[in-house]
Design a binder for this molecule. Structure first.
Ligand code: HEM
Ligand code: NAG
Ligand code: NAG
Ligand code: NAG
Length: 524
């Protein structure tokens, strides 16, 4: 009898469905009220609407990304909220509520003081096809383990070994000379430079992508399937990962043939190194380790699972390669447009390390580079205006709060429910006038010698903070400093393409940032 009634009503979906929806909404509302009270949070001072319950915004974002205006659009969104002086708001993506913040207090909470309340969460799903399980996709024990394995790679001795960069600089210089003072794309060369040095540093053998026929190397030192197409495939697949993140829970919709093919090509590249390491005998591995810590060889001592090895290699390559290439490219982009800055930098480098044929290579050490204050200010300023990871997010692991953004003045805590994503944009944070002054959009390294700029704390965050702070910070800054110093010595004249007058530049914001188009300069 009762089952009859249930079946009768259950088939009447037009009665049951509305009841379920209303019931669910009532429950959500009551639960939210309860959590607000229990956790002492207030309603968000800022709510952003796209007018379509979040069904329009993702497409605007993808469009802006394609145009190289994603980071800029992120900043604009903060300017058009109801209370632009309060740097936190909620918004919808496909009816799913998300949080956006550039308030240093909130960012500090997510990354450090409330580290356990947040995780990478969904990033694992978005990135999995390319990166599998590694330091960039894992939380918890898997992350801890990956980080512990990597840490010795960044000991002072390893990082300080700048002489290892010189052979790569020499080859880079051959490419620049080849253009005989005419315009060429410097960014593409930096990408090849950093993959060459990163594969040597991390995998024990450089892929040698700069050595090509145009500078007299008709046959590569090493050759394997996947070597030549790697740079492009790596770029294409990272682009897909970034788009998948934009779609949030609908990420699986972005998974087409081109994505799968480029992922496969990238995997082939990594598999060469994996196979090579697996082929190497234990004796040989031990012998090589004497020369210094090489991540790949240490990994192989721990596991012989090719899949695990490949994932670990690709994760560190994402971290270590494109970031530094982007930093170098943006630095030269700015300096090629600012003769005063370029000349001031030249003065510092020549005074310390000599110039041209008088260059004293032995004096360019890790310690000596650290003392080049103007060079450091140039790199700081580049990472301020063009942070390598312009936007990022974390997902709440439980019902929790962020310290600011609630109540009429935005000074009360706000609620973040379990599973909810919080996006934060270091790009927009680094351009806030209240921290950087009225000229926040201007490239001006001198600001780093002013007392206000030195006390920024969590308002300057190119390398992240807290337990997941960038492991490669010292390595990256040392490598970039060395390359800049050497190029300043070898090529005193640097000029941007006179026909390229667009400023600010379009930025390609995938997982990491670089110039959207070529970095056309002349150097001699
Ligand atoms: C300009 C250069 C660089 C910048 C601005 C930079 C910035 C960052 C940022 C913002 C993160 C945090 C990502 C997140 O938690 O979502 C990060 C993480 C990381 N970076 Fe860097 N990075 C740079 C270069 C490098 C280099 C050269 C390496 C290694 C060779 C490296 C290794 C790592 C690793 C392993 C992590 C993951 C840390 C973890 O999750 O525990 N980075 N980096
Ligand atoms: C590894 O060994 C296999 C078989 O011994 C060989 O076919 C392959 O080329 C080697 N791979 C590398 C990268 O040395
Ligand atoms: C660069 O920024 C860091 C903060 O990350 C700061 O400690 C350092 O003093 C700055 N260096 C220069 C030369 O401005
Ligand atoms: C990577 O691809 C994006 C678009 O797919 C492009 O804007 C960017 O310039 C490319 N970067 C490199 C280094 O090739």
């Amino acid at each position: 009898m009762t089952t009859d009634i249930i079946t009768q009503y259950a088939t009447k979906w037009y009665i049951v469905l509305p009841i379920l929806i209303i019931g669910y909404n009532l429950y959500s509302y009551a639960n939210r009220r309860y959590l607000l009270r229990k956790l002492g949070a207030k309603e968000y001072a800022n709510i952003e609407h796209d007018g379509w319950c979040g069904f329009r915004l993702p497409f605007i974002i993808l469009e802006k990304k394609k145009e190289g205006l994603l980071s800029e659009y992120g900043s604009e969104r903060y300017k058009f909220i109801t209370n632009p002086h309060i740097h936190t708001f909620t918004f919808l993506i496909f009816n799913l509520p998300l949080v956006n913040t550039i308030d240093p207090e909130n960012i500090k909470a997510i990354l450090a003081t409330q580290f356990n309340d947040f995780a990478l969460g969904k990033r694992h799903k978005y990135f999995y096809p390319l990166l599998g399980d590694g330091i960039f996709t894992l939380d918890g024990e898997g992350w801890k383990h990956s980080r512990a394995m990597l840490r010795p790679q960044f000991s002072r001795d390893q990082v300080a070994h700048v002489q290892a960069l010189e052979p790569h600089v020499q080859i880079l210089a051959q490419h620049i000379r080849k253009n005989k003072g005419q315009l060429f794309d410097l960014q593409e060369l930096f990408f090849r430079f950093t993959v060459d040095s990163a594969t040597e540093f991390l995998f024990g053998e450089s892929v040698g992508s700069l050595k090509d026929a145009s500078i007299g190397y008709p046959t590569p030192d090493i050759d394997f399937d996947g070597r030549t197409g790697f740079a492009n495939a790596f770029n294409v697949s990272q682009n897909y990962l970034a788009s998948r993140s934009v779609l949030q829970d609908l990420y699986f919709l972005i998974n087409d043939r081109k994505f799968r093919d480029s992922t496969k090509a990238v995997h082939k590249f990594a598999d060469y190194y994996v196979q090579k390491a697996l082929n190497t005998s234990q004796d040989e591995l031990d012998k090589r380790s004497l020369g210094g810590y090489i991540f790949l060889y240490e990994l192989v001592k721990e596991t012989r699972d090719p899949r695990v090895l490949r994932d670990q290699l690709l994760n560190i390559l994402v971290a270590g390669r494109d970031t530094t290439a982007g930093l170098l490219s943006f630095a030269f982009y700015e300096m090629s447009r600012n003769a005063q800055i370029w000349n001031k930098l030249k003065e510092e480098i020549y005074e310390r390390f000599g110039s041209g044929d008088e260059s004293d290579l032995e004096s360019i050490t890790f310690e000596a580079l650290k003392k080049c204050e103007y060079l450091k200010a140039v790199l700081n300023e580049t990472l301020r205006l063009y942070p390598s990871v312009p936007q990022n997010f974390r997902v709440a692991t439980k019902d929790t709060t962020l310290p600011r953004g609630g109540g009429p003045d935005g000074l009360d805590p706000v609620l973040v429910q379990k599973g909810q994503s919080v996006m934060y944009s270091v790009y927009s944070l680094h351009r806030l006038e209240e921290y950087y002054g009225k000229d926040a959009d201007l490239f001006r390294p001198e600001r780093w010698f002013e007392p206000e700029t030195r006390k920024l704390g969590w308002a300057y965050l190119p390398f992240n903070g807290g337990p997941r702070i960038c492991l490669g910070q010292q390595f990256a800054l040392t490598e970039a400093s060395y390359v800049v110093a050497r190029l300043v010595q070898l090529f005193p004249n640097l000029h941007a393409s006179p026909s390229d007058t667009e400023y600010p530049p379009k930025i390609s914001a995938q997982l990491t940032a670089c110039l959207q188009y070529e970095n056309l300069v002349s150097m001699s």
